[in-house]
Design a protein around this ligand. Structure first.
Ligand SMILES: *[C@@H]1O[C@H](CO)[C@@H](O)[C@H](O)[C@H]1NC(C)=O
Ligand SMILES: *[C@@H]1O[C@H](CO)[C@@H](O)[C@H](O)[C@H]1NC(C)=O
Ligand SMILES: *[C@@H]1O[C@H](CO)[C@@H](O)[C@H](O)[C@H]1NC(C)=O
Ligand SMILES: *[C@@H]1O[C@H](CO)[C@@H](O)[C@H](O)[C@H]1NC(C)=O
Length: 502
């Protein structure tokens, strides 16, 4: 009797395993496809992108990569015959994929075809109604329309923009310009550019010894001007690391000066823009940048194979980075940290060196835990760390980038004290709370998907600039001595309306 029962269980077990295998097949029709990249005629970005979620025959999503890759083709006609396109499918290792692509110049009768194991996925093929122009074409849309097509929130919906502009309700540059320049024209210590955007043309004048970083703002404004009609405006951009418009001191009498910066701080009034690094990787997506917020999500190190340690590499730009080396020597089973380059504390290289060879950023994710420690100011790798699939530990800091105020500790990352005093304890906590850790990583990736992809970086600039232009009360004029930033585009929809009278 028992034997018969066992036999029945045995057969049942085989059946179950078979059924499970059946369940694990991808159901192409049930898969989900979403994102602005399937509307490339209205949502114009350097790389168009959309998402695919693999769904099995039972209607369940996959939590790991689907057995086969999704195949994506961009079809259509161009002035040179068939459309030239470049497609990149990024497998995030959690059952979802990011598909990104570029097309050359323009492309008509575009069809986006997505297949899995030969079968069309979801509503594929996706037919695109209008001509698709490359972002390299000069095709500015009405600003409001561009923002609508790309789901850009208005400035009023953005906590950071509202907070930054709180002290600048009405800005009369005619009244403050002279004093602003008196205060900040210090060529030895300050590098600053005055930008004017007028009738879709970009002008600037820079002050200071090191103004090379103006190229980032030049290319940002040029990229924005190709896709949207910009409001007339002017602003002063700080090219240096440290925020400039300090609270307290003489500002109490003169009022704060409005300065745009890539890094904000609790003790300054600087208006934060997405960092030049994050912006460049958006504007040059699938172009000349190797690391960006999409490519960094490619899953190369499955969680099960990651080392159960915190990892860090970087230069010696802050004392706590050296303190971290001490910690990693004391707790090598918890932290793997090394300095890659000595510059600020050269005299301590003996103690904290030797420097180690460069490790590619994607290799960081061989480790379950990532450390974000300030350099001279905020560490601009933070968004990329959040997008990878490791847990991020972030040092408490008075410095911030444009998106920090939307993050929550223990929801998106784990904070640790500025002097690192609780770091070891926190890493030990993480090693004992895998479920919570994976939940935080998941939240961080959701945050990235909603706030830090190229589309959001375009939106943030446009929302801020639009609101900023509303607050300028003096006429925007191109000042004598300003240099014109040469527009660059490879084709256009309409002849650009370049007016030379100013
Ligand atoms: C691919 O399709 C073939 C034919 O329809 C099917 O037999 C096979 O199981 C499929 N493979 C996967 C991994 O879905
Ligand atoms: C801006 O400041 C200038 C110079 O102080 C002044 O002449 C002008 O009236 C001001 N404009 C507005 C709109 O307040
Ligand atoms: C630290 O990390 C590097 C790069 O992954 C690796 O080569 C090295 O062996 C690690 N060191 C220790 C002590 O685990
Ligand atoms: C580290 O900073 C905390 C405050 O954040 C302080 O209470 C603690 O004493 C400091 N520890 C050391 C070793 O300096």
């Amino acid at each position: 009797m028992l034997q018969i029962l066992l036999f029945v269980f045995y057969i049942w077990g085989i059946y179950l395993r078979f059924a499970e295998a059946e369940i694990k097949l991808v159901d192409a029709e049930k898969c989900l496809v979403w994102g602005a990249g399937i509307k490339p005629d209205v949502s114009v970005l350097p790389a168009r992108y959309f998402f695919i979620m693999a769904i099995d025959k039972n209607g369940q999503r996959y939590l790991e990569s689907a057995p086969l890759n999704f195949q994506v083709k961009i079809k259509g006609n161009s002035p040179h015959g068939r459309c030239r396109s470049h497609v990149d499918v990024i497998d995030r290792g959690d059952g979802t994929n990011i598909v990104r692509y570029t097309t050359a110049d323009w492309c008509d009768q575009v069809e986006i075809e997505i297949r899995y194991n030969g079968t069309q996925v979801a509503q594929s093929p996706y037919y695109v109604r209008n001509k698709v122009y490359s972002e390299k074409c000069y095709c500015p849309q009405d600003l409001q329309l561009f923002m609508l097509h790309n789901n850009c929130p208005n400035a009023a919906a953005d906590k950071q923009i509202m907070w930054d502009l709180h002290s600048f309700k009405r800005v009369n540059f005619s009244a403050i310009r002279e004093n602003l320049m008196k205060r900040y024209n210090q060529p030895e210590s300050v590098s600053l550019c005055h930008y004017v955007v007028k009738q879709q043309q970009i002008w600037r004048q820079c002050y200071g010894k090191y103004t090379g970083f103006k190229m980032f703002m030049d290319s940002t404004l040029l990229a924005l001007s190709r896709v949207a009609l910009l409001p007339d405006m002017e602003f002063y951009l700080n090219l240096g690391d440290w925020p400039l418009s300090k609270k307290g001191g003489q500002q109490r009498t003169s009022g704060p000066y409005p300065i745009f910066s890539w890094c904000g701080s609790e003790d300054s009034y600087d208006i934060t823009l997405p960092t030049y690094d994050l912006t460049e990787s958006s504007v040059e997506n699938m172009g000349r940048v190797a690391l960006d917020m999409l490519s960094v999500q490619r899953n190369e190190h499955p969680w099960e194979l990651k080392e159960d340690k915190a990892f860090w590499r970087g230069r010696d730009s802050r004392r706590e980075r050296l303190d971290l080396i001490d910690l990693s020597r004391k707790y090598p089973e918890l932290i793997n940290a090394s300095i890659t380059n000595f510059f600020f504390f050269r005299d301590e290289e003996q103690k904290y060196g030797p420097t180690v060879p460069y490790v590619s950023f994607m290799e960081f994710f061989k480790y379950k835990y990532q450390l974000n420690i300030d350099g001279t100011v905020a560490s601009y790798r933070f968004p990329y760390l959040l997008a990878g699939d490791s847990l991020v530990f972030k040092q408490d800091s008075p410095y911030y980038e444009h998106f920090y105020s939307k993050l929550q500790p223990y929801k998106h990352y784990v904070p640790f004290k500025r002097n690192l005093s609780d770091l070891i304890e926190k890493v030990q906590w993480a090693r004992e709370h895998e479920k919570k850790v994976r939940e935080i990583i998941h939240n961080a990736r959701e945050f990235v998907e909603a706030n830090l992809l190229p589309q959001h970086i375009y939106c943030y600039h446009l929302a801020l600039f639009k609101e900023w232009s509303n607050r300028l009360v003096a006429p925007v004029v191109v000042m004598p001595g300003m240099e014109k930033v040469q527009t660059s585009y490879t084709c256009f929809c309409k002849e650009p309306q370049i007016k030379d009278e100013l």
